[in-house]
Ligand binder design. Structure first.
Ligand SMILES: [Zn+2]
Length: 94
């Protein structure tokens, strides 16, 4: 996923802008792994294998996301809490 593509994305729950935290990129600078966060509702959305997982809560599979998110925990701009939320994220995200 191109970093500039983030500007076209919005939170599926409230349509607010998302902030990007890049975790890994390929040699072209495309994002392979990363996390998108919504400042409005504080939800997080992972980017896995270059694909942003932007689904409303009811279509998300916590069990599938959890191992990936846990691996990134030290890199996240906040603390994971229940319900796909990221708490205490910094305002200088992205
Ligand atoms: Zn939101």
């Amino acid at each position: 996923m191109k970093a500039s593509f983030v500007q076209k994305l919005a939170c599926p729950m409230d349509k607010q802008d998302l902030a990007l935290k890049t975790i890994t990129t390929n040699t072209d600078g495309d994002i392979i792994e990363g996390i998108l966060t919504c400042h409005h509702c504080k939800r997080y959305y992972p980017i896995i294998h270059g694909v942003p997982i932007l689904s409303p809560d009811e279509y998300r599979e916590k069990a599938l996301e959890e191992p990936v998110i846990r691996r990134w925990e030290g890199l996240l701009p906040g603390r994971l809490v229940e319900g796909f939320l990221l708490e205490g994220q910094k305002s200088d995200l992205g």
